[in-house]
Write a protein of this length. Structure first.
Ligand SMILES: Nc1ncnc2c1ncn2[C@@H]1O[C@H](COP(=O)(O)OP(=O)(O)OP(=O)(O)O)[C@@H](O)[C@H]1O
Ligand SMILES: [Mg+2]
Length: 287
């Protein structure tokens, strides 16, 4: 009996020790995993916090810029309308001459257009930010679209003393979102008018079997090389503060629209030698 007990004790002891070692290893492993999970959660939390901070910053920037930018044309529009009202009151007897009347109305319409563009850009950025930029793909004639936009800019082109030349084929059909592509052309032409007044603008387009290229060129001041990669960012305005009275959203919206069409947009520019925006679109963006 004593012999068996003496034989069992070291066996049981070894078993107990090995189980203890095994359990210690498992507990250590579990701790290590928990530590890793905790670290990952902390990192995720930090990322969420950074993202939230960035979003709040963007929202605040947008509100700040928007209220400033919306206030300027509204103030000017109000004083123009006030002047018209005052001069056209019968007791004042100052019926504005037709030249004065038409120039005041023209300036007012210009401010309304500026407001419409600003609000449109802000809505687009909000839609892009919320991932809600949806394309409606149809068959589009790019030549017709370019001509339509040029016609809609005829007053602005004249006021800015810009002339325009086009190098376009008769038709150029592709499958794109017409409204979005129109907006890209509008943004690029309005930039050319704003930043390159009194110069010749040139628009050309051509198509190969798979893709369509659209080039919009001006002979303005150009964009410095070190700024060319940032102009497509949100709220990026590289001109001096006197000439830049805008949100810096146009090119960001253009790049998002072109990206959504699986195309590319880039700039070629040299200071003093003008700027060219080059867009390449797959002929069938919906596929
Ligand atoms: N044709 C151009 N010639 C010179 N600089 C340009 C030209 N187009 C754009 N830029 C520069 O790129 C910046 C970004 O252009 P973008 O169209 O995004 O913004 P914006 O014109 O300043 O404002 P928004 O388009 O929102 O009214 C402009 O502020 C300007 O400095
Ligand atoms: Mg612009």
């Amino acid at each position: 009996m004593t012999f068996w007990i003496l034989l069992l004790i070291p066996g049981l002891f070894t078993l107990l020790v090995s189980r203890l070692v095994f359990m210690t290893i498992r507990i250590r492993k579990t701790f290590k995993n928990l530590e890793l999970e905790n670290h990952a959660l902390l990192q995720e939390n930090q990322n969420l916090h950074d993202h939230l901070k960035k979003t709040i910053q963007i929202r605040d920037d947008l509100f700040g810029l928007a209220s400033h930018e919306l206030k300027t044309p509204i103030t000017s529009l109000r004083s123009q309308l006030e002047l018209l009202k005052r001069n056209s009151q019968p007791e004042v007897g100052l019926i504005p001459g037709s030249k004065h009347l038409s120039s005041t109305l023209e300036a007012s319409l210009g401010q309304v257009d500026r407001l419409t563009k600003l609000i449109g850009n802000m809505l687009d950025v909000t839609r892009i930010g919320a991932g809600k930029l949806q394309l409606t793909i149809t068959s589009v004639d790019l030549v017709k679209l370019v001509q339509k936009v040029i016609t809609s800019f005829s007053v602005e082109l004249e006021l800015a003393k810009c002339s325009i030349e086009t190098h376009l084929p008769d038709v150029l059909i592709g499958e794109w979102d017409q409204g979005c592509i129109e907006q890209v052309i509008v943004n690029l032409i309005s930039n050319a008018i704003k930043y390159a007044p009194s110069t010749l603008l040139s628009i050309s387009a051509f198509q190969t079997e798979l893709k369509t290229t659209l080039k919009i060129r001006d002979n303005g001041p150009g964009i410095p090389k070190n700024k060319q990669n940032i102009i497509f960012n949100k709220f990026e305005c590289v001109s001096s503060s006197e000439t830049c009275r805008s949100l810096g959203l146009g090119l960001y919206i253009c790049s998002q629209i072109i990206e959504k069409h699986a195309g590319t947009i880039h700039v070629q520019s040299e200071v003093g030698k003008g700027t060219e925006f080059i867009i390449e679109l797959p002929n069938h963006s919906g596929k």
